[in-house]
Design a binder for this molecule. Structure first.
Ligand code: NAI
Ligand code: MG
Length: 366
């Protein structure tokens, strides 16, 4: 299997936080005797400025020859007025997802015990921390279903519709990812649907019950999406893995990010093809954006990028020990009181650090 990783730092804080992630990769590679070939390529606004397109062919070629992509973030005010296809997000991020068939979006919502004050939910509800993995289907459902149409009927009334459609194999493969992930966690999957009104959800729920039989150790529960939105606030500590279709996952994963406290802490993985070893081609990136308001100041939190690297090691290379070492190093640095500006409160025991200092502390903990 290719040991190549395409590195796409992108715009804004992307290059700053990527620097720290690469240093962490060097450190973890030395510790666990791993070896990867990194190929840095242009993407987003930086690529547009240099080549006239946000997704140059050389970048796509490099990704095709790699096992996975470590992505920073793209976009910023400088490129907002460009035509849609030249814009960093629409012209690079979405085409990459499409080109590589990245159908599974994994977003851990994690709030470490020392950071629960940053969460807007009641402290006692997450006193032991908050740690949920949201598995969202990313390439199907109502966002992509055809036909979609806007028109005017014979009576002169305007109408519009979208189509929510799923094939059974699309549902099966995303559920298998959720159940497999649960096996490495607390072995509980909550499948979120709207099976009381949506036909797609009826198929989803039946399929979930079938796939659960392949994973007898994992406990499956079901929630309607409206109830799931409530229960996440009411009893956030009680979830392990949430799995749901595209639209519901878009909304619930943002709700989970809010419960977690800071965007600067949250990684994500978008997985595509699975190889014979059960590992995935994937694109790994922070949940947040390019944060133009703090770009270039050396204050961005590199943890989302560093935890994205840990996800890459886990899902693309199967290096679970190395991935866990990174997760643990991050947790220990937070427990020590090190805080970038986004998670700093001024409480006793906290020390405010910049991007590079946070990276160095994580490497020291490793
Ligand atoms: P954003 O996530 O970039 O920023 C929102 C707020 O969170 C800002 O105050 C920012 O400073 C803060 N923040 C985000 N990440 C942080 C970190 N690592 N450390 C400390 N603080 C952090 O979202 P916004 O402002 O809506 O978008 C800014 C630009 O990013 C836009 O051009 C947008 O299109 C782009 N964007 C790109 C994404 C991607 O590349 N995947 C995703 C979302 C937005
Ligand atoms: Mg969203």
């Amino acid at each position: 299997m290719s040991k190549r990783i395409t590195v796409l730092a992108g715009d804004g804080i992307g290059p700053e936080v990527m620097d720290e992630a690469i240093k962490v990769l060097d450190a973890v590679s030395a510790k666990f005797n791993l070896s990867y070939e990194l190929d840095h390529q242009l993407v987003g606004g930086a690529a547009y400025d240099a080549t006239g397109t946000p997704l140059p062919e050389a970048t796509v070629k490099s990704c095709e020859q790699s096992a996975g992509i470590l992505f920073g973030s793209v976009g910023g005010p400088k490129w907002e007025t460009l035509p849609p296809d030249d814009q960093p997000e629409r012209g690079a991020l979405l085409p990459l997802r499409k080109h590589f068939g990245l159908f599974a979006n994994l977003r851990p919502g994690v709030c470490l015990p020392a950071l629960t004050h940053a969460s807007p939910v009641k402290q006692e509800l997450i006193a032991d921390g908050f740690d949920v993995l949201c598995v969202r289907e990313l390439t199907g459902g109502i966002y992509f279903g055809q036909p979609k149409k806007r028109g005017t009927n014979e009576e002169g009334t305007e109408f519009a519709f979208d189509t929510m459609i799923y094939t059974k194999p699309e549902i099966e493969r995303i559920l298998r990812i959720a159940f497999t992930a649960a096996m490495g966690r607390d072995k509980r999957v909550c499948s979120v649907d709207k099976a009381n009104v949506l036909t797609t959800s009826v198929l989803w729920r039946e399929t979930a019950i079938e796939i659960a039989k392949e994973f007898p150790e994992v406990e499956l529960s079901h929630l309607y999406v409206d109830n799931a939105a409530m229960q996440l606030i009411r009893r956030p500590g009680e979830f392990d893995v949430l799995v749901t279709e595209n639209l519901f996952g878009d909304i619930l994963s943002d709700e989970m990010a809010m419960i977690s406290g800071s965007l600067g802490m949250l990684p994500s993985a978008s997985l595509g093809k699975q190889n014979d070893d059960g590992l995935y081609f994937g694109m790994y990136e922070p949940s947040g954006g390019s944060a133009p308001d703090i770009a270039g100041m050396g204050v961005a939190n590199p943890i989302a990028q560093i935890l994205s690297l840990a996800m890459l090691l886990r899902y693309t290379f199967g290096e679970n020990d190395a991935a866990k070492a990174i997760d643990d190093a991050v947790a220990s640095v937070i427990a020590d009181g090190k805080r970038t500006g986004d998670i700093f409160t001024g409480a006793t025991g906290e020390a405010k650090v910049g991007t590079a200092e946070m990276g160095a502390a994580i490497i020291a903990a490793l």
